[in-house]
Design a protein around this ligand. Structure first.
Ligand code: NAD
Length: 475
């Protein structure tokens, strides 16, 4: 297991010799500990990244492409080992962990194909006086900060396009799940990535670490995935150096079931949108709006499907919901459920946490939830589904949009015209129409409003990691 800092191609301990304990959330047992970096280590990592970036940017796009393709292959060759690591430190079911590795690796393959297709343009100025040449440079050193809910994919979704465009990165993985990040970085080295292009520095002092990294004059960009609350802090700090930022933040997704929907398909989609990766995804359906004519049938069938979920250790056969990441997560979820029930919601199934060891919550469906209840205003980040009845489409859309978040939304209807029209009115960066899952490296991922800035994946993802330059030319 890679358990040290990776700086400039060298594995070493942090400047003060501290460690971060990594726990298995299914058992509360210590897995191991990894080296904890200090602000001085963050500075050393940016120093190393700055030196490596110059050479990396000068390599031919084809060469960068081939290294990234080799990273994809390496991850796939080690997918069982990486999936095991994710289950141990995150707790998600093994099948979800394998799915995450395939998704995470695909960012390398997709961006290996994009690396050789960073296109500019040439045109004539309207006055006819000169030519307008537009092209794209790598931006430089990128500081990458990631959350624990996708220990692999949140790293590669940033690393792959950043590297494809010729940048180098300094990664601060979350303290809960640093093992997957360190092992992926090790595999990238084995795949032929030059030393210093990727640096990984876990830390327990993320604020001071981040300040040191962004104050370094070589740092040019921050790419963050995590909560909106922390995103705001990082935006403020990045503003002092006018750094470019990409922010992938929190969500509060509506899941809408119209009266003409195929209810069995809607329940199947609801299970995917709510429960995959142990219900700890930023795109998780957070508020279920079901038309009055079908709300009872939907709630009953959904509750039956939730009641059938096997909760337990992600390694155990048949388990489709693992532990939550911490005891605090359990307390937060329980408090939202208790407040919803006090405000009049009924419990269709579940309703509370389970005995330890480990941090487990019983999959829960709440019926009769008021549209403005606190549970509809917070990202639940756990296996709890509040169902809200609606009659009027316009007021339901107004309620669905009545949040500062705008990451994902889901619509179930057999009237595709209605589905598309409603999708267009939802203030959401991603819309699933008769689908409970939509993430794809070939599609632009990102949120509207306070769910984020910028997009990851697709063709535009790589341009986030570029500076655009215009040359006015006469010939
Ligand atoms: P978080 O915001 O608490 O932490 C994210 C990262 O920021 C971690 O590495 C953490 O150590 C670091 N961090 C925390 N405080 C910091 C500070 N003051 N300075 C510098 N770094 C700091 O989020 P989390 O609990 O790890 O993840 C869950 C959140 O992430 C949810 O809100 C979820 O919606 C969001 N998320 C969003 C996306 C997306 O693509 N939009 C994807 C996954 C997760």
């Amino acid at each position: 297991m890679a358990e040290q800092l990776l700086i400039g191609g060298t594995w070493r301990d942090g400047a003060e010799g501290n460690r971060i304990d990594v726990f298995d959330p299914a058992t509360d047992e210590l897995i191991t500990s990894v080296a904890a970096g200090t602000p001085a280590d963050a500075v050393a990592a940016v120093d190393a990244a700055a030196v490596a970036q110059k050479k990396w940017a000068a390599t031919a796009p084809r060469q960068r492409s081939e290294v990234l393709r080799a990273c994809w292959q390496k991850m796939m060759d080690h997918s069982d080992e990486l999936a095991d690591l994710i289950v141990r430190e995150h707790g998600k079911p093994l099948a979800d962990a394998k799915g995450e590795i395939a998704y995470a690796a695909e960012f390398f393959r997709w961006n290996s194909e994009e690396a050789v297709r960073i296109h500019g343009s040439i045109g004539t100025a309207p006055s006819g006086a000169h030519k307008i040449i537009v092209h794209h440079h790598p931006i430089g050193v990128v500081v990458v900060v990631t959350p624990w809910n996708f220990p692999a994919a949140m790293i590669t979704r940033k690393a792959a396009p950043a590297l494809a465009a010729g940048n180098s990165i300094v990664v601060k993985p979350p303290r809960e799940t640093p093992l997957t990040a360190l092992r992926i970085a090790e595999l990238m080295g084995e795949a032929g990535l030059p030393d210093g292009v990727v640096n990984v520095v876990p830390t327990t002092s993320s604020g001071a670490w981040f300040d040191a990294a962004v104050e370094h004059p070589a740092t040019r960009m921050v790419s963050f995935t995590g909560s909106t609350e922390v995103g705001r802090i990082l935006l403020r700090r990045s503003a002092d150096r006018v750094l470019k930022t990409v922010m992938e933040l929190g969500g509060n997704a509506p899941f809408i079931v119209f009266e003409d929907a195929d209810i069995d398909a809607a329940v199947e989609g609801a299970m995917v949108a709510k429960m995959r990766h142990s219900a700890e995804t930023c795109t998780a359906a957070n508020r279920f709006f079901a038309h009055e004519a079908v709300v009872e049938e939907f709630t009953q069938k959904f509750a039956a499907a939730m009641a059938a979920v096997k909760v337990g250790n992600g390694f155990d056969a048949g388990v489709t919901c693992g532990p939550m990441i911490s005891a605090k997560a359990i307390d937060d979820i329980a408090s939202l459920v208790d407040r919803a029930v006090s405000a009049g919601a009924s419990v269709a199934t579940g309703g509370g946490s389970m005995e330890g060891p480990g941090h487990f919550f019983v999959p829960t469906v709440l019926g009769g939830v008021a549209a403005n209840s606190p549970i509809t205003r917070h990202e639940i980040f756990g296996p709890v589904a509040p169902v809200i009845s609606f009659t009027d489409t316009d007021s339901m859309i107004a309620q669905a949009n009545n949040t500062e978040m705008g990451l994902a939304a889901y619509v179930y209807t057999t009237d595709i015209g209605q589905g598309l029209a409603v999708g267009e009115r939802l203030e959401s960066g991603l819309v699933g129409l008769n689908r409970g899952a939509m993430s794809d490296p070939a599609a632009p991922f990102g949120g509207m409003k306070q769910s984020g800035l910028g997009r990851e994946g697709a063709s535009e993802g790589i341009y986030e990691f570029c500076e655009t330059q215009y040359i006015a030319a006469s010939w």
